[in-house]
Design a protein around this ligand. Sequence first.
Ligand code: ATP
Length: 297
Amino acid sequence: MSVLTLQHLSKKYGRIQALQDVSFEVPEGCVFGILGPNGSGKTTLLGIIMNVLQPSGGDFSFFNEPASAALRKKIGTLLETPNFYAYLSAVDNLKIAAAIKGVPESDIDRVLELVALTERKDSKFSTYSLGMKQRLAIASCLLGDPTVLVFDEPTNGLDPVGIAEIRNLIIQLYKQGKTIIMASHLLDEVEKVCTHVAILQRGKLLASGNVDEILVNEDIVEVASTNLDALAELLKDYPELVRMVPQSQFLELYFTTGMVSMESLNQFCFSKGIVLQHLRLRKKSLETKFFELTQNK
Ligand code: ATP
C-alpha cells in the first residue's frame, strides 16, 4: 500500500524551477528520506504535500484518496519549529496544541512519554534544551496518533546527543508501524534511519527507492600492497572488475554486488607474487552514492 504518491510534480517560483517532474511513491511503514543539498526543492516538496503551497503542475495523493479532513488527521507535520509559549510548561503548551487540533487532553501523557519528556513535563518551555524543544515539537505532532509523520530537517541545529535522541525516536515510531517522511541534507544521519530515499538536485529527482537497492548495486574492495602500481597493473583485468580508483594508501576496486570473492582475490594476488597488506570489503555509503549521482548531472 502506498502512503504517498507523487505524479509529475512541478513548482515554479517565477522563473525559478524549484521542482521539475518529480514522481515517486512512499510505501507504508517506512522511514522515507527526501535528500538533497540546499535549494534542491525539499521544503517546496513538503510544502506542496502539506497543502501550504500550490504545485505548478502534477499531482499527489495520500493513501490514493482525494484530500479530506479525515485524511488530514492521519498526517502529523513538523515543517518548522512551532511557536510554543516560553513561560508555559510542556503540558500547558500541549493543551493548547491539543485544543487547536481537536484532540482530547488525555492524549498528552502518551505523547510526552513517547518523546521521553514525562519527567520534565511541568518545566517551563524556556528551560528546555534545543533537543528537548524539538522533542516537544514532535510530541505535538504525535497528538491524535497520526499514522504518517512529515518532518522537515528534524535534527537541524541539534548537537550530536540531540541528533541521536531524535534518531532513536524516529526508529521507535517506525517500529510502531508509523510511516515517517523526512527531508534532510545530513546524509550519514539519513543512512542510519531511513529505509527509503528520494534524492533531489536542483528540483530534479535523481534516484528513489529502497536504500539497500540504491546503495547495494556495487561492492567496493580496498586492496593494498607495498607496491601499489604493480598491484594496479596486476588487477586491471581482474574478472568482473567494473572500475579501479587509486587512493593514496590503497586501490578501490568496484564490482557488481556479489561478483567478487575476497578469498579468490587474495589467492590470485598471492599466486602472482603479491602479498596483500590490506583487503577490505566496504559497503557503499549513501554519501558516496549521493556524490556520484549529483556529480554525473
Ligand atoms: P534548504 O535545504 O536550503 O531548505 P530546499 O532543498 O528545502 O533547501 P527549497 O527551499 O524548496 O529547497 O528551494 C528550492 C528552490 O526554490 C531554491 O532555488 C529556492 O531559492 C527557491 N525558492 C524557495 N522558496 C521560494 C520563494 N518563496 N520564492 C522564490 N524562490 C523560492
